[in-house]
Write a protein that binds this ligand. Structure first.
Ligand code: SAH
Length: 319
């Protein structure tokens, strides 16, 4: 990993080292993981929990709001935020500073992505136990053995997706809800799946509570279930973002990705993954080609495992 750090500006090395806290440490902070019994079985009153935006329903246009926000100077942005939002000014300063850092590291490349990052109040998605660390450039435990991803990795994965406002985007691993909140400023059609029931319920409530002030969260369709199988009802997707670690590309997700679509996922064994961009091309004769790129050029990351309904890691078909 040492070699890889050399590729980045010295100023951000420390934040990268900070991220390399072991997964076991995170688990220790949050108590034992809820293995098994993550998704209710058929017959359970909570079976099939879902919130879906009705097809064709008019919902709030997050991308349009993002386009209307000035980001040329910090002053212009702050003044817009004061008029349009009620966010704590101290957090606004920190959010702006992080966005600037990520522009310098190219983890935020397009203005659209900068706007989306600037609009999402991370402070509302970091859970109570970590108040005070809302804008630390590190992942944080959110309970149930899950984490809110580091802001820089969120930025990098988001930028890699190259989202257009008309895209249909699927996220696997809702967790805190932060990533999908960002996505809701880039595309109107956002879908997210979480496998841990209490976490699904918690984040669903959070979105509902926030909807008045942050209306685009009301347009995020969400469901409790195993994201390995995607969301057939709304497939195909232009973009898919996987936010839990897996050692192979889930075939059902690949199938639900449109030709020309992009998937980004932490690929690798449980100890370490690489953030891969996978572009799917389909030739006229039906041949599928996958173009893969390691977006961090060999730098490892560590996500929490992509689990099945019993709490074990998903294995590749045939294993
Ligand atoms: N995007 C989240 C990251 C949360 S950590 C955020 O920004 O907060 C990864 C999440 O993936 C966890 O909440 C975990 O429960 C979830 N997860 C793990 N396996 C899953 C599966 N098979 N289907 C859906 N979600 C899964």
């Amino acid at each position: 990993m040492g070699l890889v750090f050399g590729l980045f500006l010295p100023g951000i090395i420390s934040s990268r080292l900070e991220r390399v806290v072991s997964y076991e440490e995170a688990a220790a902070l949050t108590g034992p993981e809820e293995g098994g019994d993550t998704v209710p079985a058929e017959g359970d009153p909570d079976y099939g929990l879902t919130f879906e935006v009705l097809p064709g329903a008019k919902h709030y246009d997050g991308p349009a709001l993002a386009r209307s926000m000035p980001i040329e100077t910090k002053e212009a942005w702050l003044s817009w935020m004061r008029t349009n939002r009620n966010d704590n000014p101290a957090f606004l300063e920190k959010r702006w500073a992080l966005a600037q850092d990520f522009v310098h590291t190219s983890e935020l490349k397009r203005p659209e992505d900068v706007r989306a990052f600037l609009l999402a109040p991370r402070e509302h998605f970091v859970r109570e136990a970590n108040k005070g660390r809302e804008y630390a450039d590190t992942w944080l435990p959110i309970g149930y053995g899950a984490t809110i991803t580091d802001p820089d990795v969120v930025a990098m994965m988001t930028t890699t997706l190259d989202i257009k406002s008309g895209d249909r985007v699927l996220e696997i691993g809702t967790g805190s809800g932060y990533q999908s909140a960002i996505l809701s400023y880039l595309a109107q059609d956002v879908y997210t799946i979480e496998i841990i029931k209490p976490l699904y319920i918690e984040t669903d409530k959070l979105y509902r509570d926030m909807e008045n002030t942050y209306p685009s969260y009301g347009g995020i369709s969400r469901k409790l279930g195993d994201g390995y199988y995607g969301w057939e009802k709304y497939a195909p997707f232009d973009k898919i973002i996987v936010t839990c670690a897996i050692d192979h590309i889930p075939p059902p997700l690949l199938k639900q990705l449109k030709p020309g679509g992009i998937m980004v996922l932490p690929l690798g064994p449980p100890q370490r993954q690489y953030i891969m961009e996978v572009k799917k091309e389909v030739a006229e004769d039906g041949t599928i080609t996958l173009n893969r790129r390691d977006v961090y050029n060999g730098m490892g990351v560590k996500f929490i495992p992509f689990r099945d309904e019993m709490g074990s890691s998903h294995t590749a078909p045939g294993e």
